[in-house]
Design a binder for this molecule. Structure first.
Ligand SMILES: *Cc1c(COP(=O)(O)O)cnc(C)c1O
Length: 547
């Protein structure tokens, strides 16, 4: 055997029992241990520095070119790479073509930088690998989960000390549960609401058991609906599909000029539905921080209306929930404590790593409408959290939230939240100052929308022009904003998102807007100004002044 052959032999990787054993039990030696520690360090400290320095938001490459690289569909029998190479490739090869959501120039979505310690906490959760579906695979973690659920419940509903003493570790009652995200939180809330409306009664086992058509027959209705404003998140439609009432039965209520549920329209819709006794209302949903504009519905008014009509009131606070920690801004969510259920996302303004959602219920017994038991897993009255959750096996996200709240305190979170709202306000003022831009929705929370609207269009729009010309200008502006946003995104230095607003639901009024979400504490007005400058520059290089 010559030298070259030997070298080749020794680098060929084969699956073998000894190596496999090592990956489960114990690292072979000190050197291997040192290597793993080095990688961990690289992940913790190197990844974001590397991205910050080398790629900004993301590397400039087309999706088509990227997908060309990933077309092999065979799983190899033997190992393809050593651990070291895999990690190096993830950091040097994959990460630059992913999205550096931690960049302060990334202000387009509800995903952002997370505090450093979150990576540590996530690592511990992975290392412990508890399964919170049941007590036998989680023990104290299930108990801590009940505690943290009670803490956040208290933040929302602010019940008495004795209420929380009674329920915090009560195995018969449930204040809420951890789920995968806002989507499954909304689904869980509406699942509970559906089962409460079409509940078991004399000789009828309830919708959960008997199915939707039997339930409709029993209750003498032909359809069931959920009411939410036009700004409602599309997860509500998914929920309606899954719950068997049909996604078209999410009834969209018009919004006012601030993109909040129009109360007159909501009242009118409810009273019309009540006249026709063939329709049941599962829930009215109020939004606390809409995904597109950050607007907050008049929660107290909706609560009152729901109470009068005996309707389940759900609040989708996936985004806005954590505002409750800010002494300066929590009043914006006034009325949330009258909700029957509330959705909050952990991976949004609790700054947790992907993914963590939560749903909370005012009535600690209402989740009994969705309880299930499996003989081998859990018995009635046990602490097993899987009894009343959509998910089966799941990770111990409660440990992350609990630890984060201990590290930050509500005041720490308030600093982040206040910074976001106040920076968004400064940004709005800056947009108003610049004749090239037009503020479309001012920030109620930390989200605002605006558009490029060169001054000659603005002058014309302000003048008394006919509807035709107005629509024509609107169309032109829509095209301009689409193009500029796309170029900015593809260039990869900064990112704002784009959406289409249409509060009055009139096709000609569809307005393409740029959407900015300020949640990264490193994002400041200077950076936001740079982003505006870049947009102005892109426009000028791309469009002739008279375009
Ligand atoms: C983000 C969001 C959702 C969906 O949450 P996911 O975690 O993405 O499933 C639902 N409603 C609102 C208002 C949201 O902002």
């Amino acid at each position: 055997m010559n030298k070259q052959n030997i070298a080749k032999e020794s680098t060929k990787l084969v699956a073998n029992w000894k190596a496999l054993h090592r990956t489960f039990i114990r690292l072979e030696d000190g050197a291997a241990r040192a290597t793993l520690v080095k990688y961990m360090e690289q992940i913790l400290f190197g990844l974001h520095d590397f991205l910050q320095e080398h790629v900004g938001i993301t590397e400039e490459i087309s999706l088509k070119a990227l997908s060309e690289r990933y077309k092999n569909t065979k799983i190899s029998e033997n190992p393809e790479r050593k651990l070291a190479d895999v990690i190096t490739n993830l950091i040097r090869g994959i990460a630059p073509n992913a999205v550096n959501v931690a960049s302060p120039y990334f202000v387009g979505h509800m995903t952002s930088a997370i505090p450093f310690f979150m990576v540590h906490l996530k690592t511990i959760v992975a290392a412990l690998n508890q399964n919170v579906v049941k007590l036998e695979t989680s023990k104290v973690v299930s108990i801590i989960e009940k505690q943290i659920l009670a803490k956040v419940h208290r933040l929302i509903f602010d019940n008495s000390e004795s209420f929380y003493n009674k329920h915090v570790q009560n195995t018969e009652t449930t204040l809420g549960c951890f789920v995968e995200g806002g989507t499954t939180a909304n689904l869980t809330a509406l699942w509970v609401a559906r089962n409460s409306l079409l509940a078991p009664r004399d000789g009828f086992g309830g919708v959960e058991k008997e199915g939707i058509s039997a339930a409709f027959r029993e209750y003498g209705i032909e359809r069931a609906v959920i009411l939410v404003s036009r700004m409602g998140h599309y997860s509500l439609r998914k929920a309606a599909g899954i719950l068997g009432i049909g996604s078209r039965n999410i009834i969209a209520i018009d919004v006012d000029e601030k993109h909040r549920t129009d109360m007159t329209m909501l009242e009118k819709t409810i009273s019309e539905i009540n006249k026709d006794s063939k329709t049941g209302i599962i829930s009215v949903v109020g939004i606390a921080g809409s995904t597109e504009t950050g607007s907050v519905d008049p929660l107290s008014n909706i609560a009152e209306l729901c109470a009068e009509n005996g309707i389940h009131f759900h609040v989708d606070a996936a985004w806005g929930g954590p505002i409750l920690m800010s002494a300066a801004y929590r009043h914006l969510l006034n009325g949330i404590k009258y909700a029957d259920s509330v959705t909050i996302d952990g991976h949004k303004q609790f700054y947790m790593p992907m993914s963590c959602g939560m749903v909370y219920f005012k009535n600690p017994e209402i989740m009994n409408t969705v309880s299930y038991h499996a003989k081998y897993v859990n018995r009635p009255g046990s602490v097993d959290l899987g009894i009343k959750s959509l998910a089966g096996s799941r990770e111990a996200n409660s440990l992350i939230l609990d630890s984060a709240l201990k590290i930050m305190g509500t005041k720490g979170y308030a600093l982040l939240i206040d910074h976001g709202i106040e920076t968004a306000k400064k940004f709005a003022a800056e947009i108003i100052k610049r004749p090239f831009f037009q503020l479309v929705t001012p920030p109620e929370l930390n989200i605002l929308t605006y558009r490029i609207c060169p001054s000659r269009f603005r002058t014309e729009l302000a003048a008394n022009i006919d509807a035709n010309r107005k629509n024509q200008i609107n169309k032109t502006l829509n095209a301009i904003n689409r193009t500029v946003q796309q170029i900015q995104r593809e260039t990869g230095n900064s990112f704002v998102s784009r959406t289409t607003l249409n509060p009055r639901n009139i096709p000609e009024e569809e307005t393409v807007v740029l959407r900015c979400v300020v949640m990264n504490p490193m994002t400041d007005i200077k950076i936001l100004n740079e982003i505006l400058d870049e947009q102005e520059k892109i426009y000028k290089s791309r469009f002739k002044p008279d375009a």
